[in-house]
Design a binder for this molecule. Structure first.
Ligand code: ZN
Length: 392
């Protein structure tokens, strides 16, 4: 059995877990400062703190190469979701049992972040030893990946550290898969507006809650009927995440609000989902007389399809197979990551995730397989050496 504490990358992952960076909660300031100091000390390169909100910033460090764009961009988020309850170990004190390490962020994604930091340092050392980088290597530790707006990734795009041409890789927990395709999503906040009345003569009011019941049913039925032309993406889905409305049992509710999360395959667009919700609301207004509705689109991202002409995908497949002896699958990812945002916002076909094996992210007792961390470190170095120093 390996003594995992002998490995620098695992010791660093443990240190990162011990710096609480919950979103919502303590956010990224402390861990961002730690990473910035580490990069300065280990590489001697200038480090930029690129602010996207007050006291919240991405940490950026660039190893300049012969070609600036496309650069190779190593992009990893610093924030984690809150701990929640049900832990058997301290979520902010990584605990190693056998070949697993437990703690919030061990899988999503502080082990991947530690791999990225050390790989970046190794590449800088390689350049300093005389090997010329053919393209720039950009390290970005982002914030707010776990937030609704993914402000860190959006800021990195806005600041130009990552572009539609960049080769972009993150080490999210992917369980030996490569995630390059993403389902689209639209998030809504819908309010049904009625009119209050006494509960004993409700017919003089307009019941916003029964109006919302119609809206929910209409949306659910419409989503269930949506066609799916690409089986690999699976069907469209809707989740009604929250509902609020009414003041008292004996009063007709004058308003009711629902938030919902819709996901869809590539034969649909965000506009299609907005139209679907508008029609569902209009139909409800025909059934509940006097009902009014308001629709707010809270977040939207298009679908991202896999492009088999992607150079990064081909090289990554090759190296993964060389190291693990197995070819990585490329299933559709139902969620979104920073690299997914880059792909969606710019149409970049060389933006993807490949990382460790682990489980229970966003739950209690999150863990990472430490052998997969060591394997990832080997793959990370190989792909960066190939893309930054060898490939023209
Ligand atoms: Zn993540």
């Amino acid at each position: 059995m390996r003594n995992y504490e002998d490995y620098e990358v695992i010791r660093l992952a443990k240190e990162l877990v011990a710096i609480e960076s919950t979103n919502v909660g303590k956010f990224e300031k402390e861990i961002g400062n730690f990473i910035a100091e580490w990069l300065e000390r280990e590489t001697g390169l200038p480090v930029i703190k690129d602010e996207f909100a007050p006291e919240r910033f991405n940490v950026v460090c660039v190893l300049p190469g012969k070609v600036e764009d496309p650069a190779f961009v190593s992009m990893h988020h610093m924030d984690v979701v809150p701990a929640g309850t049900g832990w058997e170990t301290d979520p902010f004190q990584a605990t190693i049992v056998g070949n697993k390490m437990y703690g919030r962020g061990t899988a999503d994604m502080k082990s991947g972040l530690a791999v990225a930091m050390i790989t970046f340092r190794d590449m800088v050392k390689l350049a300093q030893s005389g090997k010329e980088p053919k393209r720039s290597l950009v390290f970005i530790a982002t914030g707010d990946e776990e937030g609704d707006a993914m402000m860190g990734a959006m800021k990195a795009l806005e600041s130009g550290y990552v572009t539609g041409n960049s080769f972009v890789l993150d080490h999210e927990p992917t369980n030996n898969n490569i995630y390059v395709a993403h389902k689209g999503k639209t998030w809504f906040k819908i309010t049904a507006i009625g009119a209050s009345a006494h509960g004993s003569f409700p017919w003089v009011g307009v019941d916003a809650i029964s109006g919302m019941a119609e809206i929910v049913r209409n949306i659910r039925n419409r989503v269930n009927e949506l066609p799916c032309e690409d089986e690999s993406f699976g069907r469209s889905s809707v989740c009604f995440g929250t509902i609020n409305g009414g003041l008292n049992t004996n009063m007709v509710a004058e308003s009711c609000t629902v938030t919902l999360d819709m996901r869809f395959p590539p034969n649909l667009t965000n506009e299609d989902t907005i139209k679907l919700v508008e029609e569902a609301c209009a139909d409800a207004c025909k059934v509940v007389e006097g009902l009014k509705t308001s629709i707010e689109v809270v977040a939207q991202r298009p679908c991202v399809k896999q492009d088999n002409s992607s150079v990064l995908l081909a090289k990554l497949q090759e190296i993964i197979e060389e190291v693990t002896g197995k070819r990585a699958e490329t299933p559709v990812f139902t969620g979104y990551t920073d690299t997914g945002v880059v792909a969606a916002e710019t149409g970049n076909i060389n933006s993807m995730s490949y990382g460790i094996v682990g489980d229970k992210y966003h739950e209690a007792n999150e863990w990472v397989d430490l052998d997969s961390v060591l394997r990832l470190y080997e793959i990370s170095r190989k792909i960066q050496e190939e893309m930054v120093f060898n490939f023209e």
